[in-house]
Design a protein around this ligand. Structure first.
Ligand code: MTE
Length: 322
């Protein structure tokens, strides 16, 4: 596994996450200028931090939050390995709106304004609605779930999310019979999230699921983690968690959910369709061009595990793909 380094995960200064082909496309696009990707990111973010903060930034609590977190753990979702310590999971993030290095989001995402926050749910539904986040959270059945999250870069973590099944929200808006897919969209505020100033990338970040996948009991909208509200670097105030798919499907800081009757375009598939397919189920048999998928490394411990089909969630989702 040539790309797996066994030093402590949080000390990695890696830019593995920028797909080479994307890099090459950027270079093509920028041909004739003196810019390189690194220089551009440097220009957007300065030199960039190289270490995690000593103390994690405080999360924003609302009055309502005090009655939600910590939520009761649902025992149906068990881990087969130790939970990842919060200090590790919250300082090793992919959130390209706030930089290309894992250490960037904990520093730069703190600029994101998360209150008030509107979530627009519409498209092919009988009852489209723009929810104020706090009003929405008041109505939802909260629970804590221990899930593993597997990134296509072959690292994994195991964390306690707090939230509710996506299907509980979709039921409220009543999907029409002709809806086949669900499209998700992240905020677009390039002067706060300076990664979005990269005009050659298809911002805002968008993702999609089939409606059946969206209605599966595992598909979760998380507004909390480790028994408190989501920190901004994890996608506050609300993000998707789809544990049997590669982590890039788990879109952060969602502002819009649309029911549609076509397969929606997604951020990574638009950038590099040969490397990031729409379905993106965790599958050790399908090698990625740059990251072998047979094994995965837990961030923090560096422990290596064999990759499991559907990230080990086969009993919940195999029926979706018969
Ligand atoms: N959502 C947005 N809006 N922007 C992103 O860059 N990165 C994805 C996903 N959701 C991303 C995103 C990727 S590649 C991964 S692996 C997970 O978020 C990482 O989630 P975490 O940082 O909470 O571990």
């Amino acid at each position: 596994m040539p790309h797996i380094h066994l030093k402590k995960a949080w000390s990695m200064s890696e830019n593995l996450a920028t797909p080479e082909s994307v890099y090459l496309r950027r270079r093509e696009f920028l041909k004739g200028t003196a810019l390189t990707t690194a220089a551009t990111v440097g220009a957007l973010y300065g030199c960039g931090p190289s270490s995690p903060p000593n103390v994690l930034p405080e999360v924003e609590w609302s009055e309502l939050g005090k009655s939600i977190y910590p939520a009761k753990r649902n025992p149906n979702y068990e881990l087969d390995r130790p939970m990842t310590p919060e200090k590790i999971a919250s300082t090793y993030n992919n959130f390209y709106e706030f930089g290309a290095d894992k250490i960037d989001p904990v520093h730069y995402a703190q600029k994101l304004k998360i209150r008030p926050w509107a979530l627009d749910v519409g498209g092919l539904v009988n009852k489209p609605k723009t929810f104020d986040m706090d009003d929405l959270l008041k109505t939802m059945p909260f629970e804590e779930r221990l899930y593993r999250l597997r990134c296509v870069e072959a690292w994994a973590m195991a964390v306690p999310w707090t939230g509710f099944p996506l299907k509980e929200l979709l039921k409220q808006v009543e999907p029409k019979p002709e809806a086949t897919h669900v499209r998700f969209e992240t905020f677009y505020t390039p002067f706060t999230a300076q990664g979005q100033l990269a005009f050659w990338e298809p911002w805002p970040y968008v993702e999609g699921l089939t409606l059946k996948e969206a209605m599966n009991e595992l598909t979760f909208l998380a507004s909390g983690i480790y028994g408190h509200p989501l920190p901004k670097q994890h996608g506050a105030p609300i993000r998707l968690v789809v544990p049997w798919k590669y982590g890039f499907k788990s879109i952060k800081s969602i502002v819009k959910i649309d029911l549609v009757n076509y397969r929606p375009a997604t951020f990574w598939n638009t950038l590099q369709g040969l490397e990031y397919d729409f379905t993106a189920n965790v599958d050790p048999r399908i090698p990625h061009p740059r990251w072998p998928q047979i094994r995965e490394k837990m961030i923090g411990t560096g422990n290596i595990h064999p990759t499991l089909l559907y990230n080990g969630y086969e009993k919940f989702v195999a029926n979706l793909y018969l």
